[in-house]
Design a protein around this ligand. Structure first.
Ligand SMILES: CC(C)(COP(=O)(O)OP(=O)(O)OC[C@H]1O[C@@H](n2cnc3c(N)ncnc32)[C@H](O)[C@@H]1OP(=O)(O)O)[C@@H](O)C(=O)NCCC(=O)NCCS
Length: 161
């Protein structure tokens, strides 16, 4: 493992927004987007936020929470927003919010959210230290505190599974 990077990064520095149109090949026989398609988009959006935080390649270690709150229909615009919630030694928890926008009215609905853990890796594929996260707002500080609480629980569940 190389030396830990010193430079602090804000959550805003990792914020990533991704926009996709829901096409027929993305949907099931009810015309709703496949859950797996949303997971793939969320994974990609989370990876970009994590890479922006650490400026290194990352791998996904786990998805520990995904909620599908509303179905997303063909023809809707999907907007994914990701941000690093907490940075640990070599891993980061990234939160992804997914909204669906009706292209005719512009109305937006929160449809899904996910918590994804990613690990920075070096050229040998080994975990590598990431910069500390420096939250700027009370909300970001609370989000980081909750992510810290989840980390121990996440590893315990991994070992029990
Ligand atoms: C994720 C991976 C790099 C962890 O490697 P490892 O040798 O188990 O590493 P360690 O046990 O030293 O853990 C390294 C970090 O990963 C975290 N981690 C390991 N498993 C985890 C899991 N299931 N969920 C969340 N974090 C996890 C550890 O908490 C640790 O974080 P920290 O350094 O911030 O404390 C390794 O398991 C791997 O390469 N998995 C395959 C990844 C992959 O192919 N993803 C899909 C395609 S991108």
């Amino acid at each position: 493992m190389s030396d830990a990077p010193e430079e602090h990064k804000t959550p805003a520095a990792s914020r990533t927004v991704m926009t996709e149109l829901v096409l027929p090949e993305d949907t099931n026989n009810y015309g709703h987007i496949f859950g797996g398609r949303l997971l793939a988009l969320a994974d990609k959006c989370a990876a970009m936020a994590a890479m922006r935080h650490c400026r290194m390649p990352v791998v996904t270690a786990s998805f520990d929470r995904v909620d599908f709150l509303q179905p997303v229909r063909q023809g809707m615009i999907v907007i994914l927003t990701s941000e690093v919630n907490a940075a640990f030694t070599t891993s980061m928890e990234v939160g992804v919010r997914i909204e669906a926008e009706d292209p005719r009215s512009g109305a937006r609905l929160a449809t899904s959210r996910a918590l994804i853990s990613l690990v920075a890796i070096d050229e040998n594929g080994r975990p590598s230290p990431v910069p500390p996260l420096e939250p700027e707002t009370d909300e970001e500080r609370q989000r980081m505190a909750r992510a810290r609480e989840r980390k121990a629980q996440r590893l315990r569940l991994r070992d029990e599974f």
